[in-house]
Design a binder for this molecule. Structure first.
Ligand code: SF4
Length: 628
């Protein structure tokens, strides 16, 4: 087979053994790679009904079809497990040299079963697997862990995915880091810690064989040239943080825990401000000619020395969303999160949840006692030092940080039970995953897209904010088109997440980002890599199948229609200022749009998947188990 090895590596931590599983080419044509293949591996290998921290919850890696080839932005892998935050499928992506090393080691995917008694570091050295003690890595930050591993092996070609101290402490939204990039959201780092895995390293020494190297090389060079031109200038110059001012102008910039959508100090936490005052260089994921990550540093003041990559989602979560208009504090908070291996979006929303709980009197100053402030402190919105201190407390699970490390859903349930409070009214999560940086009260298609998302509150998987923001839909109203719009936009995103390719390349094929502009070129890239004969429709089906296997997983784990919901605030509390003022998404509107969406997907009114649809997609065994 070209482009693939045809083999999945299984590692059993209980017995410390490993074996190879061969997969037929047809299986690859259905699941391709990235989040789709990783989700399928979860489907095949999980003990149905097990808890996220049970040994029966496997860690599933799936490589990208273009990893290790010259195809730009194709050096990514997918990672999936049952999520400790949502209790259903958690799927993530990371751009990384790890994926290239894995491809060179000739593994299309890796499934890690069971759990270890002692902290370990797994080395995949081509066909060999070693279970190494992790003692000298424990306590190290994410970047330090990778450096230490390279030092131990004395080999720059060893590439690692690691967890940091937040993962070791089982912060429920801990992530997995490689080359300074994260497989973020949904808490993979905590699942790794439940198995006592500190790091997985790979050394691959084989080549990558593709069907038509000349065509693949020429196409890759052409796309790379375009990718360094005007279509990606926004990402290269300012990075996604330039979205802060745009979101503020349109009134959906999360502010003070999503109470409002406009922030008075937006200029001070904008991509433009970052560029002028803090940017030191731009960096790129492996195999990427765009380079959108703005490495930013604090040069003076109490947070001097903090340095990390900043992008929109992490920036808004710790700045406007916490009322913090101090870029130095925002960089410090992201730095704490990145070095300790936490998902900054979930961390930021957990902190803003605590701030609102304090301002509403549910939490008191004495709840915030810690080593740094033995008498406690007052985390009102805009208190930058409180934001920084809470990030440290969450990382260390110190004091109230231990509760916030559980994420907003569990923190809210706990407070409401113990203090007879109503914090659920401002716990901003969907299925347990903290909401992204778009206030959806005035982005109604997106609100429904988030509600039905298999991963919870995630802008990367839904993408329905795009038609709302571009004005292709009226973002303040609902109508009969919304089911179709949300269904097709999530499938569009799923194509990129499955290859996987970074979506920022989407205008670089023909200048148009839509299906017609991108799918024919993607089909040609797939064919030159694999020797297959994919066309437009086959590419389109990649997204449909990816989304279907994720939904099927959730159904088998007990998904219910009422799980497709949005936070209380978006249904009941209108904003008071900006273009989004006065708008909410009512229960009636949400239910109406959900029905339109289920219909657009070809599902039943209950949101279940008909057997014949699954069989049509080539998922006969899935049809057997969950089809109706
Ligand atoms: S554009 Fe940015 S996120 Fe996308 S692959 Fe390149 S560096 Fe990574």
């Amino acid at each position: 087979m070209y482009g693939y090895s045809g083999k999945i590596l299984h590692i059993d931590l209980n017995e410390q053994k490993h074996w190879a599983e061969e997969k037929p080419e047809e299986w690859y044509k259905i699941y391709i790679g990235g989040v789709s293949m990783a989700s399928r591996l979860c489907w095949e290998n999980i003990e149905v009904g097990c808890g996220p921290y049970d040994p029966g919850n496997p860690i599933c890696f799936a490589n990208g079809i273009f990893a290790g080839t010259p195809v730009p932005v194709g050096g990514k892998y997918g990672l999936a497990s049952k999520s400790p935050l949502t209790g259903v499928l958690g799927d993530s992506l990371s751009g990384s040299w790890f994926s290239i090393a894995l491809k060179r080691a000739r593994w299309d995917g890796v499934v890690i079963h069971g759990a270890s008694d002692k902290w370990i570091h797994i080395l995949i050295d081509d066909d060999r697997v070693e279970f190494l003690p992790a003692d000298e890595l424990l306590g190290l930050g994410t970047h330090e862990t990778e450096e230490k591993i390279r030092e131990i092996f004395g080999d720059d070609q060893v590439r690692s995915a690691t967890i940091g101290p937040a993962g070791e402490n089982m912060v429920r939204y801990a992530n997995v880091t490689n080359d300074g990039r994260q497989a973020g959201r949904t808490g993979h780092g905590a699942v790794w810690a439940s198995k006592k895995i500190k790091a997985v390293s790979v050394r691959g020494t084989y080549g990558v064989t593709v069907a038509d190297p000349d065509t693949l090389l020429k196409m890759s060079f052409d796309i790379t040239e375009v990718a360094q031109g005007p279509h990606t200038a926004k990402y290269r110059i300012y990075g996604t943080s330039t979205n802060v001012l745009n979101a503020n102008k349109h009134g959906f910039l999360p502010t003070n825990n999503f109470q409002e959508g406009t922030f008075d100090f937006a200029e001070l936490v904008s991509g433009e401000y970052l560029d002028e005052h803090h940017k030191v260089k731009v960096i790129a994921c492996a195999q990427c000619p765009i380079a959108c990550e703005q490495m930013s540093m604090v040069k003076k003041g109490p947070y001097a020395g903090s340095m990390t990559g900043i992008e929109y989602e992490c920036l808004q979560a710790v700045s406007s969303n916490c009322g913090i208009g101090d870029m130095t504090a925002a960089i410090r908070m992201v730095d704490i999160s990145d070095r300790s291996g936490m998902d900054t979006m979930s961390m930021g929303v957990s902190i803003s949840f605590a701030m609102e709980s304090f301002e509403k009197g549910v939490l008191k100053k004495e709840d915030f006692k810690c080593k740094k402030y033995p008498e406690g402190f007052e985390p009102y919105f805009g208190n930058a030092e409180a934001g920084v201190t809470l990030a440290e407390m969450i990382r260390d699970k110190e004091g109230i940080g231990a509760l916030l490390a559980e994420g907003t859903r569990i923190a809210s349930q706990t407070l409401d039970q113990e203090r007879n409070a109503e914090t659920y009214k401002w716990a901003m999560n969907i299925k347990g995953l903290e909401c992204p940086g778009y206030d959806a009260r005035s982005l109604k298609t997106f609100a429904m897209g988030l509600a039905v998302g298999t991963r919870g509150g995630c802008h990367n998987r839904s993408a329905a904010y795009d038609p709302d923001i571009k004005g292709e839909t009226n973002r303040f109203t609902v109508d009969e088109t919304r089911g179709e719009v949300a269904a097709r936009s999530e499938e569009y995103a799923a194509v990129y997440d499955t290859l996987p390719m970074c979506k920022f390349i989407r205008r670089c094929f023909t200048g148009k980002a839509d299906r017609a502009g991108a799918w024919p070129t993607i089909a040609e890239l797939i064919n030159a890599t694999t020797g297959w004969n994919f066309d437009y429709d086959d590419v389109d089906l990649i997204g449909v199948r990816a989304h279907t296997i994720k939904k099927a997983f959730n159904i088998r784990e007990g998904w219910k229609q009422e799980d497709d919901d949005i936070p209380y605030r978006w249904k009941h509390d209108p904003m008071t200022r900006g273009p989004g003022a006065g708008h909410v998404v009512t229960d009636e509107e949400l239910e109406y749009m959900k029905q339109l969406y289920y219909k657009a997907k070809g599902w039943t009114e209950e949101g279940l998947i008909p057997k014949d649809l699954l069989i049509e997609l080539g998922m006969d065994d899935v049809a057997e188990q969950i089809g109706v």
